[in-house]
Design a protein around this ligand. Sequence first.
Ligand code: GLU
Length: 499
Amino acid sequence: MTVRTRVAPSPTGDPHVGTAYIALFNLCFARRYGGSFVLRIEDTDRARSTTQAEATIIESLRWLGLDWDEGPDIGGPHGPYRQSERTEIYRQYADQLLAAGQAFYCFATPEDLDQMRRDQMARGETPKYDGRGLALSAAEVERRLAAGEPYVIRLKVPEDGVCTFQDLLRGEIQIPWSQIDMQVLIKADGMPTYHLANVVDDHLMGISHVIRGEEWINSAPKHQLLYEYFGWDMPVLCHMPLLRNPDKSKLSKRKNPTGINFYRAMGYLPEALLNYLGRMGWSMPKEEEKFSLAEMLEHFDIENVSLGGPVFDTEKLDWLNGRWIRESLDDEAFAQRVSDWVLHSDKLRQIIPLVKDRVEKFSDLVSISSYFLSGIPSLDASQFGQGKLDIENCRQVLQFSTWVVDEIDDWEHQALYEGFAELATAMQVKLRDLLVPLFIAITGRDSAPPLFDSMAILGPDLVRARIRNALSTIGLPSKKQLKRYEKDYRQLLEGKALP
Ligand code: GLU
Protein backbone atom coordinates (compact mmCIF):
# COMPACT_ATOMS: atom_id res chain seq x y z
CA MET A 1 0.00 0.00 0.00
CA THR A 2 1.21 3.52 -0.75
CA VAL A 3 1.11 5.46 2.44
CA ARG A 4 -0.49 8.89 2.06
CA THR A 5 -1.37 11.10 5.00
CA ARG A 6 -2.74 14.58 5.25
CA VAL A 7 -3.33 17.46 7.61
CA ALA A 8 -6.54 19.32 6.90
CA PRO A 9 -6.75 22.60 8.81
CA SER A 10 -9.65 25.01 8.52
CA PRO A 11 -8.41 28.53 7.82
CA THR A 12 -10.24 30.27 10.64
CA GLY A 13 -8.40 32.28 13.22
CA ASP A 14 -4.83 31.85 14.27
CA PRO A 15 -2.88 28.67 13.41
CA HIS A 16 -3.05 26.45 16.48
CA VAL A 17 -0.19 24.45 17.97
CA GLY A 18 -2.57 21.46 17.75
CA THR A 19 -2.50 21.76 13.95
CA ALA A 20 1.30 21.67 13.99
CA TYR A 21 1.24 18.65 16.34
CA ILE A 22 -1.09 16.70 14.04
CA ALA A 23 0.87 17.80 10.96
CA LEU A 24 4.11 16.63 12.56
CA PHE A 25 2.80 13.12 13.29
CA ASN A 26 1.29 12.80 9.81
CA LEU A 27 4.56 13.91 8.27
CA CYS A 28 6.59 11.46 10.36
CA PHE A 29 4.25 8.59 9.55
CA ALA A 30 4.34 9.28 5.81
CA ARG A 31 8.14 9.65 5.74
CA ARG A 32 8.62 6.52 7.85
CA TYR A 33 6.89 4.41 5.18
CA GLY A 34 8.26 6.30 2.17
CA GLY A 35 4.85 7.81 1.50
CA SER A 36 3.51 11.30 0.81
CA PHE A 37 2.14 13.96 3.07
CA VAL A 38 -0.58 16.33 1.83
CA LEU A 39 -1.80 19.72 3.08
CA ARG A 40 -5.48 20.27 2.40
CA ILE A 41 -7.33 23.44 3.31
CA GLU A 42 -10.84 22.76 4.63
CA ASP A 43 -12.52 26.09 3.98
CA THR A 44 -16.14 25.06 3.50
CA ASP A 45 -17.25 27.34 6.33
CA ARG A 46 -17.43 30.38 4.09
CA ALA A 47 -18.39 32.77 6.86
CA ARG A 48 -15.35 32.00 8.99
CA SER A 49 -12.63 31.05 6.49
CA THR A 50 -10.25 33.71 5.24
CA THR A 51 -7.42 33.67 2.71
CA GLN A 52 -5.35 35.56 5.26
CA ALA A 53 -5.75 32.70 7.75
CA GLU A 54 -4.79 30.18 5.06
CA ALA A 55 -1.63 32.14 4.23
CA THR A 56 -0.77 32.35 7.92
CA ILE A 57 -1.22 28.60 8.43
CA ILE A 58 1.08 27.82 5.53
CA GLU A 59 3.63 30.37 6.68
CA SER A 60 3.68 29.17 10.27
CA LEU A 61 3.90 25.45 9.39
CA ARG A 62 6.80 26.28 7.10
CA TRP A 63 8.44 28.36 9.83
CA LEU A 64 8.33 25.26 12.01
CA GLY A 65 10.22 23.36 9.35
CA LEU A 66 7.33 21.14 8.22
CA ASP A 67 6.93 20.46 4.55
CA TRP A 68 4.42 18.65 2.43
CA ASP A 69 4.50 16.96 -0.95
CA GLU A 70 1.20 18.31 -2.24
CA GLY A 71 -0.85 21.30 -1.19
CA PRO A 72 -2.61 24.47 -2.33
CA ASP A 73 0.65 26.41 -2.47
CA ILE A 74 2.63 23.83 -4.45
CA GLY A 75 -0.05 21.90 -6.34
CA GLY A 76 0.07 18.18 -7.01
CA PRO A 77 -1.74 15.45 -8.94
CA HIS A 78 -4.84 15.36 -6.72
CA GLY A 79 -5.72 19.05 -6.60
CA PRO A 80 -7.31 21.41 -6.08
CA TYR A 81 -6.28 21.19 -2.42
CA ARG A 82 -8.68 23.88 -1.24
CA GLN A 83 -12.17 22.55 -0.59
CA SER A 84 -13.92 25.74 -1.71
CA GLU A 85 -12.61 24.95 -5.21
CA ARG A 86 -14.12 21.47 -5.17
CA THR A 87 -17.81 22.17 -4.45
CA GLU A 88 -19.03 20.66 -7.75
CA ILE A 89 -17.38 17.39 -6.81
CA TYR A 90 -19.17 17.14 -3.46
CA ARG A 91 -22.52 17.96 -5.02
CA GLN A 92 -22.16 15.03 -7.45
CA TYR A 93 -21.51 12.65 -4.59
CA ALA A 94 -24.42 14.02 -2.58
CA ASP A 95 -26.65 13.46 -5.63
CA GLN A 96 -25.39 9.89 -5.84
CA LEU A 97 -26.42 9.30 -2.21
CA LEU A 98 -29.83 10.92 -2.82
CA ALA A 99 -30.45 8.70 -5.83
CA ALA A 100 -29.58 5.60 -3.78
CA GLY A 101 -31.85 6.67 -0.90
CA GLN A 102 -28.83 6.98 1.40
CA ALA A 103 -29.35 10.69 1.88
CA PHE A 104 -32.49 12.81 1.88
CA TYR A 105 -33.72 16.39 1.59
CA CYS A 106 -34.84 18.26 4.68
CA PHE A 107 -36.74 21.54 4.45
CA ALA A 108 -37.03 22.22 8.18
CA THR A 109 -36.18 25.82 9.06
CA PRO A 110 -33.88 26.64 11.98
CA GLU A 111 -37.02 27.70 13.91
CA ASP A 112 -38.70 24.34 13.18
CA LEU A 113 -35.62 22.55 14.52
CA ASP A 114 -35.49 24.73 17.62
CA GLN A 115 -39.11 23.91 18.31
CA MET A 116 -38.42 20.20 17.74
CA ARG A 117 -35.57 20.31 20.30
CA ARG A 118 -37.67 22.22 22.84
CA ASP A 119 -40.49 19.66 22.52
CA GLN A 120 -38.03 16.78 22.92
CA MET A 121 -36.53 18.37 26.01
CA ALA A 122 -39.97 19.01 27.48
CA ARG A 123 -40.62 15.26 27.08
CA GLY A 124 -37.34 14.55 28.90
CA GLU A 125 -35.64 13.22 25.72
CA THR A 126 -32.14 14.03 24.48
CA PRO A 127 -32.56 16.50 21.62
CA LYS A 128 -31.84 14.94 18.24
CA TYR A 129 -32.95 15.33 14.63
CA ASP A 130 -36.18 13.33 14.39
CA GLY A 131 -35.92 12.15 10.78
CA ARG A 132 -38.82 14.34 9.61
CA GLY A 133 -37.27 14.76 6.14
CA LEU A 134 -37.40 11.00 5.61
CA ALA A 135 -41.16 11.02 6.00
CA LEU A 136 -41.72 13.30 2.99
CA SER A 137 -43.08 11.64 -0.15
CA ALA A 138 -41.14 11.97 -3.42
CA ALA A 139 -43.94 14.15 -4.81
CA GLU A 140 -43.81 16.46 -1.80
CA VAL A 141 -40.03 16.81 -2.13
CA GLU A 142 -40.42 17.60 -5.86
CA ARG A 143 -43.06 20.21 -5.14
CA ARG A 144 -40.98 21.97 -2.46
CA LEU A 145 -37.83 21.90 -4.57
CA ALA A 146 -39.75 23.35 -7.53
CA ALA A 147 -41.11 26.08 -5.24
CA GLY A 148 -37.50 27.02 -4.44
CA GLU A 149 -37.73 26.28 -0.71
CA PRO A 150 -34.37 26.27 1.07
CA TYR A 151 -33.17 22.81 2.03
CA VAL A 152 -30.26 20.79 3.37
CA ILE A 153 -29.26 17.24 2.46
CA ARG A 154 -28.86 14.82 5.34
CA LEU A 155 -27.25 11.42 5.76
CA LYS A 156 -29.50 8.44 6.41
CA VAL A 157 -28.27 6.73 9.57
CA PRO A 158 -29.38 3.34 10.94
CA GLU A 159 -31.67 3.68 13.92
CA ASP A 160 -30.59 0.61 15.86
CA GLY A 161 -27.49 -1.42 16.45
CA VAL A 162 -23.92 -0.46 17.10
CA CYS A 163 -21.26 0.97 14.82
CA THR A 164 -17.92 -0.77 15.22
CA PHE A 165 -14.72 0.62 13.78
CA GLN A 166 -10.99 0.21 14.29
CA ASP A 167 -8.51 2.76 15.51
CA LEU A 168 -4.80 2.17 15.02
CA LEU A 169 -3.98 3.17 18.60
CA ARG A 170 -7.19 2.32 20.41
CA GLY A 171 -8.27 -0.92 18.75
CA GLU A 172 -11.97 -1.56 18.34
CA ILE A 173 -14.36 1.28 19.20
CA GLN A 174 -18.12 0.86 19.43
CA ILE A 175 -20.68 3.64 19.30
CA PRO A 176 -24.45 2.92 19.24
CA TRP A 177 -26.12 4.30 16.11
CA SER A 178 -28.77 5.87 18.33
CA GLN A 179 -26.10 8.42 19.36
CA ILE A 180 -25.33 9.40 15.78
CA ASP A 181 -27.21 12.31 14.26
CA MET A 182 -28.55 12.30 10.69
CA GLN A 183 -25.73 14.58 9.73
CA VAL A 184 -26.21 17.46 7.31
CA LEU A 185 -24.04 16.75 4.25
CA ILE A 186 -24.94 19.77 2.09
CA LYS A 187 -25.83 22.99 3.87
CA ALA A 188 -28.51 25.48 2.86
CA ASP A 189 -25.83 27.60 1.15
CA GLY A 190 -24.96 24.65 -1.10
CA MET A 191 -21.62 24.04 0.60
CA PRO A 192 -20.75 20.59 1.90
CA THR A 193 -20.21 20.03 5.60
CA TYR A 194 -16.86 18.84 6.92
CA HIS A 195 -18.05 15.20 6.97
CA LEU A 196 -18.97 14.86 3.30
CA ALA A 197 -16.07 16.94 1.97
CA ASN A 198 -13.55 15.19 4.21
CA VAL A 199 -14.58 11.67 3.20
CA VAL A 200 -14.82 12.46 -0.52
CA ASP A 201 -11.44 14.19 -0.49
CA ASP A 202 -9.66 11.56 1.57
CA HIS A 203 -10.86 9.00 -0.96
CA LEU A 204 -10.10 11.00 -4.11
CA MET A 205 -6.72 12.05 -2.76
CA GLY A 206 -5.81 8.45 -2.00
CA ILE A 207 -5.29 9.03 1.71
CA SER A 208 -4.35 5.72 3.33
CA HIS A 209 -4.09 6.82 6.98
CA VAL A 210 -6.15 9.50 8.69
CA ILE A 211 -4.19 10.70 11.70
CA ARG A 212 -6.21 13.37 13.49
CA GLY A 213 -7.20 14.62 16.93
CA GLU A 214 -9.34 12.47 19.22
CA GLU A 215 -12.13 15.05 19.10
CA TRP A 216 -13.09 13.45 15.77
CA ILE A 217 -13.73 9.95 17.16
CA ASN A 218 -17.47 10.55 17.35
CA SER A 219 -17.50 11.49 13.67
CA ALA A 220 -15.98 8.18 12.64
CA PRO A 221 -19.33 6.29 12.43
CA LYS A 222 -20.70 8.85 9.95
CA HIS A 223 -17.52 8.64 7.95
CA GLN A 224 -17.54 4.84 7.98
CA LEU A 225 -21.15 4.90 6.79
CA LEU A 226 -20.26 7.25 3.93
CA TYR A 227 -17.41 4.97 2.83
CA GLU A 228 -19.80 2.03 2.94
CA TYR A 229 -22.52 3.84 0.94
CA PHE A 230 -19.98 4.88 -1.70
CA GLY A 231 -18.45 1.39 -1.78
CA TRP A 232 -14.97 2.74 -0.97
CA ASP A 233 -12.31 1.34 1.36
CA MET A 234 -11.96 3.42 4.48
CA PRO A 235 -8.47 4.72 5.34
CA VAL A 236 -6.93 3.46 8.57
CA LEU A 237 -8.06 5.78 11.38
CA CYS A 238 -5.73 6.94 14.10
CA HIS A 239 -6.96 9.40 16.70
CA MET A 240 -4.15 11.19 18.51
CA PRO A 241 -4.55 12.20 22.15
CA LEU A 242 -5.59 15.82 22.61
CA LEU A 243 -3.11 18.35 23.94
CA ARG A 244 -4.06 19.47 27.43
CA ASN A 245 -3.57 22.41 29.76
CA PRO A 246 -1.60 21.62 32.93
CA ASP A 247 -4.98 21.22 34.71
CA LYS A 248 -5.72 18.43 32.17
CA SER A 249 -8.55 20.31 30.46
CA LYS A 250 -8.41 20.51 26.65
CA LEU A 251 -5.74 23.01 25.55
CA SER A 252 -7.62 26.22 24.90
CA LYS A 253 -6.65 29.77 24.22
CA ARG A 254 -8.69 30.89 27.22
CA LYS A 255 -6.14 29.29 29.53
CA ASN A 256 -2.93 29.04 27.55
CA PRO A 257 -1.52 30.66 24.44
CA THR A 258 -2.30 28.22 21.63
CA GLY A 259 -1.21 30.10 18.53
CA ILE A 260 1.96 29.02 16.74
CA ASN A 261 2.60 32.70 16.14
CA PHE A 262 2.50 33.46 19.85
CA TYR A 263 5.51 31.20 20.37
CA ARG A 264 7.17 32.73 17.35
CA ALA A 265 6.57 36.27 18.63
CA MET A 266 7.87 35.29 22.07
CA GLY A 267 11.12 34.17 20.48
CA TYR A 268 11.00 30.40 20.75
CA LEU A 269 13.07 28.50 18.23
CA PRO A 270 10.98 26.59 15.69
CA GLU A 271 13.07 23.45 16.19
CA ALA A 272 12.46 23.61 19.95
CA LEU A 273 8.70 24.01 19.54
CA LEU A 274 8.62 21.15 17.04
CA ASN A 275 10.75 19.04 19.40
CA TYR A 276 8.32 19.80 22.20
CA LEU A 277 5.30 18.88 20.06
CA GLY A 278 7.07 15.65 19.09
CA ARG A 279 7.25 14.77 22.78
CA MET A 280 3.50 15.13 23.17
CA GLY A 281 2.45 11.53 23.64
CA TRP A 282 5.55 10.12 21.95
CA SER A 283 9.05 9.38 23.12
CA MET A 284 12.40 8.51 21.58
CA PRO A 285 13.68 4.97 22.20
CA LYS A 286 16.06 6.15 24.93
CA GLU A 287 13.67 8.83 26.12
CA GLU A 288 16.01 11.62 24.97
CA GLU A 289 14.22 14.90 25.55
CA LYS A 290 16.02 17.04 22.98
CA PHE A 291 15.85 15.80 19.41
CA SER A 292 15.63 17.26 15.92
CA LEU A 293 12.99 16.50 13.30
CA ALA A 294 15.56 14.35 11.46
CA GLU A 295 16.16 12.31 14.64
CA MET A 296 12.45 11.96 15.22
CA LEU A 297 11.96 10.76 11.63
CA GLU A 298 14.71 8.20 12.07
CA HIS A 299 13.10 6.60 15.10
CA PHE A 300 9.43 7.28 14.51
CA ASP A 301 6.98 4.55 15.34
CA ILE A 302 3.32 5.48 15.73
CA GLU A 303 2.82 2.51 18.05
CA ASN A 304 4.90 4.41 20.61
CA VAL A 305 2.22 7.06 20.99
CA SER A 306 0.71 6.79 24.44
CA LEU A 307 -2.88 7.77 24.96
CA GLY A 308 -2.59 9.55 28.32
CA GLY A 309 -3.44 13.22 27.64
CA PRO A 310 -0.15 14.99 26.85
CA VAL A 311 0.22 18.23 28.79
CA PHE A 312 1.42 21.27 26.90
CA ASP A 313 3.35 22.97 29.64
CA THR A 314 5.06 26.25 28.78
CA GLU A 315 7.56 25.89 31.64
CA LYS A 316 8.80 22.64 30.14
CA LEU A 317 8.90 24.28 26.72
CA ASP A 318 10.97 27.16 28.15
CA TRP A 319 13.43 24.67 29.56
CA LEU A 320 13.73 22.83 26.26
CA ASN A 321 14.02 26.06 24.28
CA GLY A 322 16.78 27.19 26.63
CA ARG A 323 18.64 23.96 25.93
CA TRP A 324 18.32 24.48 22.18
CA ILE A 325 19.62 28.03 22.50
CA ARG A 326 22.56 27.05 24.69
CA GLU A 327 23.50 23.77 23.07
CA SER A 328 22.74 24.28 19.41
CA LEU A 329 23.37 27.93 18.59
CA ASP A 330 26.87 29.35 18.45
CA ASP A 331 27.18 33.13 18.84
CA GLU A 332 26.96 33.67 15.12
CA ALA A 333 23.80 31.58 14.78
CA PHE A 334 22.35 33.24 17.89
CA ALA A 335 22.84 36.70 16.36
CA GLN A 336 21.28 35.55 13.10
CA ARG A 337 18.26 34.03 14.86
CA VAL A 338 17.64 37.13 16.96
CA SER A 339 17.64 39.23 13.87
CA ASP A 340 15.31 36.76 12.09
CA TRP A 341 13.04 37.01 15.12
CA VAL A 342 12.16 40.74 15.27
CA LEU A 343 15.29 42.79 14.81
CA HIS A 344 14.88 42.85 11.06
CA SER A 345 13.91 45.65 8.76
CA ASP A 346 10.35 44.45 8.02
CA LYS A 347 9.47 44.52 11.69
CA LEU A 348 11.21 47.85 12.24
CA ARG A 349 9.26 49.27 9.30
CA GLN A 350 6.02 48.34 11.08
CA ILE A 351 7.12 49.85 14.38
CA ILE A 352 8.83 53.06 13.19
CA PRO A 353 5.69 54.93 12.03
CA LEU A 354 4.25 54.44 15.52
CA VAL A 355 7.24 55.75 17.44
CA LYS A 356 9.02 58.20 15.15
CA ASP A 357 7.19 61.26 16.52
CA ARG A 358 8.32 60.47 20.04
CA VAL A 359 12.00 59.94 19.32
CA GLU A 360 14.64 62.66 19.58
CA LYS A 361 17.60 60.36 19.32
CA PHE A 362 17.89 56.69 18.43
CA SER A 363 18.61 55.69 21.99
CA ASP A 364 15.06 56.81 22.92
CA LEU A 365 13.81 54.04 20.70
CA VAL A 366 14.71 51.28 23.08
CA SER A 367 12.49 52.33 25.96
CA ILE A 368 9.62 53.53 23.77
CA SER A 369 9.36 50.38 21.73
CA SER A 370 10.55 47.82 24.25
CA TYR A 371 7.06 46.36 24.63
CA PHE A 372 7.21 45.12 21.05
CA LEU A 373 10.16 42.94 21.99
CA SER A 374 9.43 41.86 25.52
CA GLY A 375 7.16 38.87 26.06
CA ILE A 376 4.85 39.48 29.00
CA PRO A 377 5.41 42.78 30.84
CA SER A 378 5.82 42.64 34.60
CA LEU A 379 3.01 44.64 36.11
CA ASP A 380 2.01 45.81 39.54
CA ALA A 381 -1.58 45.87 40.74
CA SER A 382 -1.12 49.49 41.86
CA GLN A 383 -0.84 50.55 38.20
CA PHE A 384 -4.54 49.78 37.79
CA GLY A 385 -7.54 51.65 39.14
CA GLN A 386 -5.90 55.11 39.07
CA GLY A 387 -8.12 56.56 36.35
CA LYS A 388 -11.88 56.72 35.90
CA LEU A 389 -12.25 52.97 36.34
CA ASP A 390 -11.69 51.39 39.74
CA ILE A 391 -10.03 47.99 40.12
CA GLU A 392 -13.31 46.13 39.87
CA ASN A 393 -14.20 47.97 36.65
CA CYS A 394 -10.70 47.30 35.31
CA ARG A 395 -11.17 43.59 35.96
CA GLN A 396 -14.48 43.62 34.13
CA VAL A 397 -13.10 45.61 31.19
CA LEU A 398 -10.07 43.33 30.88
CA GLN A 399 -12.23 40.22 30.99
CA PHE A 400 -14.62 41.66 28.38
CA SER A 401 -11.58 42.62 26.30
CA THR A 402 -10.49 38.98 26.07
CA TRP A 403 -13.87 38.21 24.52
CA VAL A 404 -13.72 41.19 22.16
CA VAL A 405 -10.30 39.97 21.04
CA ASP A 406 -11.65 36.43 20.51
CA GLU A 407 -14.28 37.71 18.15
CA ILE A 408 -11.98 39.65 15.85
CA ASP A 409 -11.29 37.56 12.76
CA ASP A 410 -9.57 40.23 10.74
CA TRP A 411 -6.73 41.26 13.02
CA GLU A 412 -6.01 44.84 12.01
CA HIS A 413 -6.38 48.39 13.33
CA GLN A 414 -9.88 49.12 12.06
CA ALA A 415 -11.46 45.90 13.32
CA LEU A 416 -9.81 46.37 16.72
CA TYR A 417 -10.99 49.95 16.92
CA GLU A 418 -14.55 48.97 16.01
CA GLY A 419 -14.61 46.07 18.48
CA PHE A 420 -13.51 48.21 21.40
CA ALA A 421 -15.53 51.28 20.39
CA GLU A 422 -18.61 49.07 20.34
CA LEU A 423 -17.77 47.72 23.79
CA ALA A 424 -17.28 51.25 25.15
CA THR A 425 -20.61 52.40 23.74
CA ALA A 426 -22.40 49.33 25.07
CA MET A 427 -20.85 49.88 28.52
CA GLN A 428 -21.55 53.61 28.36
CA VAL A 429 -17.92 54.38 29.10
CA LYS A 430 -15.70 56.73 27.12
CA LEU A 431 -13.40 54.74 24.84
CA ARG A 432 -10.45 56.71 26.22
CA ASP A 433 -11.25 55.58 29.77
CA LEU A 434 -11.94 52.02 28.76
CA LEU A 435 -8.55 51.75 27.09
CA VAL A 436 -6.53 52.77 30.16
CA PRO A 437 -6.30 49.30 31.74
CA LEU A 438 -5.76 47.83 28.31
CA PHE A 439 -2.83 50.18 27.65
CA ILE A 440 -1.22 49.02 30.86
CA ALA A 441 -1.90 45.36 30.12
CA ILE A 442 -0.44 45.51 26.61
CA THR A 443 2.43 47.95 27.00
CA GLY A 444 3.15 47.92 30.71
CA ARG A 445 2.53 51.69 30.96
CA ASP A 446 -0.41 54.03 30.79
CA SER A 447 0.65 55.97 27.76
CA ALA A 448 2.37 54.62 24.72
CA PRO A 449 2.29 54.72 20.94
CA PRO A 450 -1.12 54.10 19.38
CA LEU A 451 -2.70 51.10 21.04
CA PHE A 452 -4.63 49.48 18.21
CA ASP A 453 -1.69 49.70 15.82
CA SER A 454 0.49 48.18 18.51
CA MET A 455 -1.99 45.37 19.09
CA ALA A 456 -2.17 44.76 15.35
CA ILE A 457 1.61 44.28 15.25
CA LEU A 458 1.76 42.14 18.39
CA GLY A 459 -0.89 39.71 17.13
CA PRO A 460 -3.89 38.20 18.93
CA ASP A 461 -2.13 35.56 20.99
CA LEU A 462 0.40 37.87 22.55
CA VAL A 463 -2.35 40.42 23.21
CA ARG A 464 -4.55 37.79 24.82
CA ALA A 465 -1.65 36.53 26.95
CA ARG A 466 -0.87 40.08 28.13
CA ILE A 467 -4.47 40.78 29.05
CA ARG A 468 -4.58 37.51 30.97
CA ASN A 469 -1.36 38.51 32.70
CA ALA A 470 -2.94 41.84 33.74
CA LEU A 471 -5.96 39.99 35.05
CA SER A 472 -3.82 37.71 37.16
CA THR A 473 -1.90 40.73 38.45
CA ILE A 474 -5.06 42.36 39.80
CA GLY A 475 -6.69 39.01 40.65
CA LEU A 476 -8.54 36.79 38.22
CA PRO A 477 -12.32 36.90 38.52
CA SER A 478 -13.74 34.18 40.74
CA LYS A 479 -15.92 31.48 39.12
CA LYS A 480 -19.03 33.29 40.28
CA GLN A 481 -17.78 36.62 39.00
CA LEU A 482 -16.88 35.08 35.66
CA LYS A 483 -20.40 33.71 35.29
CA ARG A 484 -21.81 37.16 35.99
CA TYR A 485 -19.41 38.76 33.50
CA GLU A 486 -20.47 36.24 30.87
CA LYS A 487 -24.09 37.07 31.43
CA ASP A 488 -23.41 40.82 31.42
CA TYR A 489 -21.35 40.56 28.26
CA ARG A 490 -24.11 38.66 26.46
CA GLN A 491 -26.56 41.29 27.59
CA LEU A 492 -24.34 44.06 26.26
CA LEU A 493 -24.09 42.31 22.89
CA GLU A 494 -27.85 42.18 22.74
CA GLY A 495 -27.90 45.94 23.20
CA LYS A 496 -29.19 45.90 26.77
CA ALA A 497 -27.71 48.12 29.48
CA LEU A 498 -25.98 46.54 32.45
CA PRO A 499 -27.84 46.40 35.77
N1 GLU B 1 -10.81 20.41 9.16
C1 GLU B 1 -10.67 19.56 10.29
C2 GLU B 1 -9.93 20.35 11.37
O1 GLU B 1 -9.94 21.54 11.30
C3 GLU B 1 -9.92 18.30 9.91
C4 GLU B 1 -10.15 17.12 10.79
C5 GLU B 1 -9.61 15.87 10.15
O2 GLU B 1 -8.40 15.73 10.13
O3 GLU B 1 -10.40 15.06 9.65
O4 GLU B 1 -9.38 19.87 12.31
